[in-house]
Design a protein around this ligand. Structure first.
Ligand SMILES: [Zn+2]
Ligand SMILES: [Zn+2]
Length: 278
């Protein structure tokens, strides 16, 4: 049965945030992701698995030795499914200045990059453990530097820094506001993420909520009319066939007047942005 993922009665036809089993915490074959996306009615499917760097991190990202095979696999599916679905080759990268040689290769060889800043520096200070204002500032600095260098084409889960942050204080509002300003300055889309953050409710010092999306961020994004893209952040093919997590993410932002881009051609924009990088 064909299923459709909808937002405000319009069908979601693009997803640029899709993983593969290479990252060590996703399941299924690449082709199963494509087949599920076709069944879900998607017209555009972007693969954006977690980028490899010089040091291995088997449960977090693909190994550098797998990059060639990842590119070959996605490229061959692109050919095989031409006419059924438009497939694009990307990666989810971090701003790690000491990995610049590797990042430069990705920016050159891939159609697009999304920024999912998972650590404040490579293999150190996971964003899933932030609890101080100074760390939120460093997190936001990474986002700003990535945009300034033209490293990325949208910011995935801009509010991932909230995973462990204990409460919604002034520092959170400050971070949200700054990210909104960065988005406006660089015309950088921000993602409403439907992945791990909405898998279950988390208990914080000031109440229970999903870790991310976090409403305070989207209030700032709505106020500043930032471009927003819905990203499914799929780590399992079957997740294309349920709207459960999409609806949870949408419930967090209900009533906000968000500037959601339905038909944003990310790869066309990426082709322009890349010129900034080089
Ligand atoms: Zn992941
Ligand atoms: Zn992701």
């Amino acid at each position: 049965m064909r299923r459709s993922l909808c937002y405000n009665h319009s069908v979601i036809t693009r997803n640029y945030h899709t993983h593969t089993s290479r990252c060590g915490h996703a399941s299924g074959t690449d082709e199963e992701y494509v087949q599920a996306a076709v069944r879900a009615g998607l017209r555009v499917l972007g693969f954006s698995d977690h980028a490899a760097y010089r040091t291995p991190m088997p449960r977090e990202r693909m190994d550098i030795s797998q990059v060639g095979e990842y590119i070959a696999s996605v490229s061959s599916l692109k050919q095989k499914y031409a006419g059924k679905i438009e497939i694009h080759l990307g990666m989810e990268v971090e701003y790690y200045p000491d990995q610049w040689d590797t990042l430069r290769e990705y920016r050159k060889n891939l159609e697009y990059c999304i920024l999912g800043q998972h650590n404040l520096s490579i293999d150190r200070d996971s964003v899933y453990g932030l609890c101080e204002r100074s760390q939120l500032i460093r997190y936001t600095d990474c986002l700003e530097e990535a945009c300034r260098h033209g490293l990325c084409d949208y910011i995935a889960h801009p509010d991932v820094c909230m995973w462990s942050y204990p409460l919604l204080d002034g520092s959170v509002r400050e971070a949200a506001r700054r990210i909104a300003e960065i988005s406006v300055r660089y015309q950088m889309p921000l993602e409403l993420n439907c992945g791990s953050g909405v898998r279950h409710m988390h208990c914080y010092a000031d109440g229970d909520r999903y870790a991310y999306p976090t409403r305070i961020f989207f209030e700032a994004f709505a106020e500043m009319k930032c471009p927003v893209i819905i990203g499914l952040d799929v780590h399992e093919p079957a997740l294309f066939l349920t709207d459960k997590y999409l609806n949870r993410a949408l419930s967090v932002v209900s009533g906000l007047d968000l500037n959601i881009l339905d038909n944003y051609d990310l790869t066309a924009e990426a082709a322009k942005r890349k010129k900034l990088f080089f």
